[in-house]
Design a protein around this ligand. Structure first.
Ligand SMILES: Cc1cc2nc3c(=O)[nH]c(=O)nc-3n(C[C@H](O)[C@H](O)[C@H](O)COP(=O)(O)OP(=O)(O)OC[C@H]3O[C@@H](n4cnc5c(N)ncnc54)[C@H](O)[C@@H]3O)c2cc1C
Length: 389
């Protein structure tokens, strides 16, 4: 076993290496020991939020003036790989709480909105959700139907439904996307920042048993006359589509980094298993067909991480394009899906049981191929950029 081959440390300068090792130690101590139980019991572990806050992870990428640590995008990617390797639920929680909610609020919010919510979000005292997807508007979010009807006092009443909303059942604060004028298409979409403790909101757990991320909270939110005050907009009226895309551009790098974490965990498990399991008188890892699979898993991991770190660095220096993000998310999630599939098969029947970690990794990675823009949507973005005049 040579973990140096799959850990990112050798590619990082000393400061980033020390940073990765710090997050890795935290994840090994506070997250990994609970990952299997959370999945099997299908429970959101509230204590995890306090641990992430105490370690400075919830506020990591936020500017110090808001109680954050001012991580660069590269540091955020490094952290999300470490979280993803230990526990997909924790990584997914951070992606929404910090990536989609707190960072959007820091970027688009007013001073009053930031003062009210950023501190509680960073300290884990408040939980946030990002309510964009609807039953009839998934990939095609510009076609959302939830409507905010203007009232005589200048405020709004919201009617409609969102689903698959991570943290939706437990959130104290929500970024809610609704149209203030359906005839305007995406120019009618407006973002609101609202606390959830008010009438007109029904929250239900998503129906069915989910494939992965079973320790996460995913909800159906039904709005029926949900009141929103005039000063609760996030950004300007009709500019909500830009808020959503701004949040997702940052979020996709974190998803891509999280996929590297899952990929790495699958590779580590496969190496460990195939070097100890003996069949036909020798360890599985001595068969060439097994070696070929291990070698491919390692090579594609480095290709994924290279794309993710390149994208993070370009975001840091302002040169990032939509193509950088799309390639990083597309390649890393698909490569990790292939790696987890190989890891399951290399474990034989043991890969089929939760007694070993690889079946959970295989289940968890599927969601990363879907949310924040499916793999096919990333391909449409790239193809459109390639063929545009
Ligand atoms: C675990 C989990 C957590 C989530 N958390 C959140 C959250 O916190 N907030 C939130 O708002 N949403 C969340 N989502 C929703 C997620 O963002 C959507 O599921 C995703 O955008 C896809 O939408 P859809 O499921 O409606 O699929 P659809 O858009 O119906 O797509 C179905 C299939 O058609 C393909 N397709 C669609 N359009 C095209 C096209 N133009 N060209 C080619 N293929 C196409 C897709 O790639 C996909 O394969 C979550 C989803 C999951 C699974």
């Amino acid at each position: 076993m040579n973990p140096d081959l799959w850990l990112p440390d050798g590619d990082l300068d000393p400061a980033h290496r020390e940073f990765a090792q710090r997050i890795r130690a935290f994840a090994a101590d506070k997250l990994a020991p609970h990952a299997r139980a959370c999945d099997e019991q299908r429970t959101f572990r509230r204590a995890m939020v306090a641990d992430l806050a105490a370690a400075g992870i919830l506020g990591g990428p936020l500017p110090q003036q808001y109680g954050g640590s001012g991580w660069t995008t590269l540091q955020t990617a490094i952290a999300h790989e470490e979280l993803g390797a230990a526990c997909g639920n924790a990584r997914g929680f951070c992606a929404v709480q910090t990536g989609l909610v707190a960072q959007c609020l820091a970027r688009f919010g007013t001073d009053a909105q930031r003062a009210r919510w950023l501190g509680p979000l960073v300290r884990g005292e408040a939980i946030g959700c990002f309510a964009l997807t609807e039953p009839e508007a998934g990939s095609d979010v510009a076609n959302l139907r939830t409507q905010a009807e203007r009232q005589s006092d200048g405020g709004y009443r919201v009617r409609g439904q969102k689903h698959w909303i991570t943290n939706g059942g437990i959130a104290d604060v929500m970024i809610l996307f609704a149209t203030i004028d359906p005839s305007q298409g995406r120019a009618g979409i407006t973002a609101f920042l609202v606390d959830t403790a008010r009438p007109g909101l029904q929250r239900e757990t998503m129906p069915g048993v989910e494939l992965g991320h079973r320790g996460s909270d995913h909800a159906v939110l039904t709005f029926d006359g949900f009141p929103v005050a005039a000063d609760e907009m996030l950004g300007a009226a009709g500019k909500g589509f830009g808020v959503a895309m701004g949040g997702l551009a940052a979020g996709r790098i974190s998803v891509a980094a999280g996929a590297c974490g899952i990929h790495r965990a699958a590779l580590a498990a496969a190496v460990q298993f195939t070097t100890s399991r003996q069949q036909f008188g020798q360890p599985l890892a001595q068969f060439q067909m097994v070696q070929e699979r291990l070698a491919d898993m390692l090579t594609s991991l480095h290709a994924s991480r290279g794309l993710v770190h390149r994208c993070a660095r370009r975001r840091g220096d302002g040169s990032e394009t939509h193509a950088d993000v799309a390639m990083a998310k597309l390649y890393s999630t698909e490569a990790a899906a292939r790696a987890t599939e190989e890891a399951v098969m290399l474990h034989g029947a043991r890969g089929y049981s939760s007694a070993f970690p690889v079946e959970r990794l295989w289940r968890d990675i599927q969601a990363l191929r879907i949310y924040e823009g499916t793999s096919l949507i990333q391909k449409t973005i790239l193809a459109r950029m390639l063929t545009a005049e």
